[in-house]
Design a binder for this molecule. Sequence first.
Ligand code: NI
Length: 419
Amino acid sequence: MKVKILDKAYILHNDEIIKGHVVIKDNTIDEVKEGSFDPRTCLLNTDYDYFDLTKKLILPGFANTHTHSPMILLRGLVDDKPLKEWLGEVLERENRMTKKAIYWATILAQMEMVSKGVTVFGDMYFHADEMAKAVDDFGMRALITRGLVDIDGDLKSRLDENLKIFNEYIDHPRIKIGLGPHAPYTCSKECLKKIVEISKELGIKIMIHLLETSWEKQQYSLRDLLETGIFSENTLAVHVVHADEEDIQIIADTNTHVVSCPVSNLKLYDGIAPIGKMLDKDIKISLGTDGASSNNSLDVWRELTFFDLVHRDEITLETIDLIKIASKNGYMAMGFEDIGEIKKGFKADLTIIDLFKPHYFPNVSNRILSHVIYSGNSGDVFATMVDGNWLYFDGEFKTVDFDRVIREFEKAFLEVEKN
Ligand code: NI
């Protein structure tokens, strides 16, 4: 058994900030207690690794509930066009992305995420087998879905690929495979029905883009889609910006989960989602950055600050609820139980924030979460742990060679850019 002691830290525990220590056994939080760790009273019959986290804060890791990791290859390509024009530029390059490019981009995307305190992500892209392999190798937790469309008539081979990966990772401790119908305007009703049937049979998650743009709202309403069965507690509906009262009611009645991506929505001129109305109906919401080609970061912390500020005319949320939206809600939406809190019995997915910076003063416990949301930023992340393992610690990536990743990524980038 591997034991880690995280001592002398501020800890978000049971919705409050305490000062104390955390004991982690293998991949699980075994104890969270006020006061410093005392080896004389702690009955450990084994060696342990000790970490002095004075002036640091332990939070549950952030959840990036919707992204397209390999799209970091396209970061900065188009910064000033709405979705439809932006897609044109993107698709041309996606056709040149090889399996190898997808693998190395997914590694680098995970490096970016853990350095910003993200511990889990939900993804939708092609070559999903390479994404899953990159997650297995790097060490994050993820829900991987293979992007599915039938607009060109080829659903079968994509579904077969999706199911093959599902079977390969069926018992993986950190990776779940779901189904990723791209959107109602690229998937027919028959396609959605088939996907729902498989999701029910296998008990797996569906991730779909929904009502992202005003153009989309002209194409379909959620009532039109009811017959497909796509709405359920197993579905993650991403964006849901242009939802009217009836659409929101359908989402609420079916317990469909909403993933909000405010930065991408603002940057692609999509608008602002009716989050206040959704929360009034107890719809569960988590955050996603969407791909780095439209955000352009994979920074959930920044997403959280935007999320709170842009919806203030509708709703003002408590800091603790904002942290849950950025963390536990994402885990739950993706089907990861007992993760997203610093609590005995929960999996050790957490991020450590360095509070010894000018913008964290005055340093009083009851203002720490306020500082995190309104004056801190992801550059304050000191370390990130997933499933009991440090993936990032004091500026170092523990599971990959930084230089090699950059070399491979740059090769992939040149391939994607050539024409
Ligand atoms: Ni997306």
